[in-house]
Ligand binder design. Sequence first.
Ligand code: XMP
Length: 185
Amino acid sequence: MHEDVERILLTEAQIQAGIDRVAREVTAVYRGQAFTVVSVLKGSCVFASDLIRRIPIPLELAFVSASSYGEGVESGRLEVNFFPAESEIQGRDLLLVDDILDTGRTLSRLVDEMRRRGARSVRTCVFLDKPARRATPLSADFRAFEVDNLFVVGYGLDFAGHYRNLPYVGALKRECYERPRSAAR
Ligand code: XMP
């Protein structure tokens, strides 16, 4: 896996420092208020699990699963595979946590759906923000890092299902995303 990474963009130490900062920001906003962190699977599970352990106030945890069916490194048609239970959404203050805000289609759709299903408030928190690719007016309420317009993997982010377990964030070598999917390591 490591040999497929062109260069490391964020080291483990940088990631932990960024998450400490975001956790403090989230804590300041939600102190004294019940809220639910909704982790967008699969990509945000690593970020969400580190983030919540740095937030020293009461919170609940829920999951939503969305997949965008695109070719290679392009995001395409979005499908929501499952939502939290009605009781976890209605009247709740939700913090949607995702791995990356890219075109913004995933989070825009999920924010709209959560409001439609009766959430009292919905904020967004992303590990990475790639503003160069935005196709919707959404901006995240909290973000750990901004990244350039590169396809990145690691720390929950995948290519063709792989690389989520890299402890850092790296840019993938071009030949890795240009070779057939079945050959990805
Ligand atoms: P948007 O904001 O375009 O993001 O709806 C959709 C989903 O696409 C994935 N994504 C990436 N995954 N490296 C990845 O591993 C990337 O650079 C990247 N850009 C987008 C991600 O799952 C996001 O939630």
